[in-house]
Ligand binder design. Structure first.
Ligand code: ARG
Length: 462
């Protein structure tokens, strides 16, 4: 970072430079330089429009294009000298351009303000980030489907209140997450429509006196249209809040999966193994293999919620139009992008490295009277009202518990004592396989249905 006290673009109006502390406090170049590609892309689209409208000469445009090619190379190769005196990414690039090509560089900012420039950069950056995230969600969801397919018929206990409730298949459980992350993808895609609108042309806040063509710039940048109102265009960051809200919901889903992975990996539960490359050991306990990745993901969820709260609070009560508060939008936003992108990348890989311990899941299924509802349904089919059946089975469960056995281990006579309608065919519904197979409808856990859901899931992934 170089320092040149008299470099300020606005030096003409000022009689003394800011202190070093104020300079550091007000600058954003340390963190907004990551938008340099978007800044150059936006500037080139703006310059092409200026030339097309006869606001700058064709020769100026040629100089600007040539200069920006050099700037791009300098930044890419790490030769570019970012200066704190030049406050942000916009002024750093513009100053360097001017040093390279002279007056044409000074003409670039005609009809533009950093207010509409920065809003454009963020939108371009976010649109790219959304496209990356959508591709990553797709990878992750296809890993979940692959795992679901492998374990489409593998019984595991389904839980409510963290107590064994009814048998489900592991594949069915994975497809539940496939649905959640599908809704996350929809949210990002919907948010993208509002992100991809062009603020340029709003200038500082009121528009500009030059005969600009905003639609042309929007088209150049692949935006879906222009922001209709100049005051709104430079001031609102609702699209960033919306994006971070989508990130928060996605991380909430990640945290639920993480929690289950951690629990399932505990030797006390032993439902799954995660590939070693996602675990770490302990510096003191040689036997440990800790599920660090899911635990960290669970922790990072709070961090993304925090970024959402930062942005909501940043925007709260801000009067129109642009206020410098908005410079604080970038770090939370970038952190949310980084956290979600890294998390999805790791989870897509990790899902492929999950191995299931079917024996342990089967054993767990014998410990919570998982087929009690099946027995009640059986009695209903024999003519009992559901509430009476529920009560009869409650007594049967109590007896089985006292005897220290699961329901299928009760004898026919013992079962008959609770309900005379019980016959020998009852044992078919008391098995885990019978219980699973009988939930045979769209959305149910019967292996046949899970396989059909997998086919549909693959079609939806495209
Ligand atoms: N660095 C500023 C930001 O991130 C750019 C816009 C500055 N505009 C201004 N009028 N100070 O928001």
């Amino acid at each position: 970072m170089t320092s040149n006290a008299n470099q300020y673009t606005w030096a003409g109006r000022f009689s003394e430079p800011v202190s070093d502390l104020v300079k550091r406090y007000t600058a954003s170049v340390d963190f907004d330089q990551r938008m340099w590609r978007q800044d150059i892309r936006g500037s080139l689209a703006h310059a092409r429009m200026l030339a097309r409208q006869g606001i700058i000469a064709a020769a100026d445009l040629a100089d600007i294009e040539r200069g920006m090619t050099i700037v791009t190379e300098e930044i890419e190769s790490g030769k570019f000298e970012w200066s704190l005196d030049l406050e942000d990414v916009h002024l750093n690039i513009e100053k360097r351009l001017t040093a390279l090509v002279g007056d044409a560089g000074k003409r670039l900012h005609t009809g533009r303000s950093r207010n509409d420039q920065v809003a454009t950069d963020i939108r371009l950056y976010l649109r790219d980030a959304i496209d990356d995230i959508l591709a990553l969600i797709k990878d992750f969801r296809s890993a979940l489907v692959n795992l679901a397919e492998k374990e489409a018929a593998t019984p595991m206990p389904g839980f409510t209140h963290l107590q064994v409730a009814q048998p489900v298949t592991f594949g069915h459980h994975m497809l539940a997450y496939f649905e959640m992350f599908g809704r996350d993808a929809e949210r990002y895609a919907d948010c993208r429509k509002r992100v991809a609108r062009l603020p340029l042309g709003a200038a500082a806040l009121a528009g500009t006196t030059y005969p600009i063509d905003r639609a042309f710039v929007a088209e150049q940048l692949g935006f879906e249209g222009v922001c209709e109102n100049s005051l709104d265009a430079v001031s609102d960051r609702d699209f960033a809040i919306e994006f971070t809200a989508a990130c928060s919901l996605l991380m909430m889903h990640i945290s639920r999966l993480s929690e289950e992975l951690v629990m399932w990996m505990s030797p006390r539960v032993g439902f799954i193994q995660i590939a070693d490359r996602f675990c770490t050991g302990s510096s003191i306990m040689p036997q440990k293999k800790n599920p660090d990745v899911p635990e960290l993901a669970r922790g990072k969820t709070g961090r993304v919620y925090g970024q959402l709260m930062s942005l909501l609070t940043l925007m709260k009560s801000q009067p129109l139009a642009y206020n410098k508060d908005n410079q604080e939008d970038k770090e939370p936003l970038f952190d949310a992008v980084d956290t979600v992108t890294d998390t999805l990348r790791i989870f897509a890989d990790m899902a492929g490295g999950i191995t299931v311990r079917a024996d342990n899941m089967k054993a767990a299924l014998t410990q919570g009277f998982a087929t009690a509802t099946d027995l009640a349904d059986y009695l209903v089919k024999k003519g009992l009202p559901f509430r009476d059946a529920h009560e009869a089975v409650g007594h049967a469960v109590k007896a089985a518990e006292a005897k220290g056995v699961d329901l299928p281990q009760l004898t026919l006579d013992e079962l008959k004592a609770f309900c005379p309608q019980v016959e020998a065919d009852v044992f078919a519904v008391l098995t885990v396989e019978g219980s699973l197979a009988s939930r045979n409808h769209v959305g149910g856990t019967a292996p046949e249905q899970v396989r059909a859901a997998i086919v549909r899931a693959r079609q939806r992934l495209g």
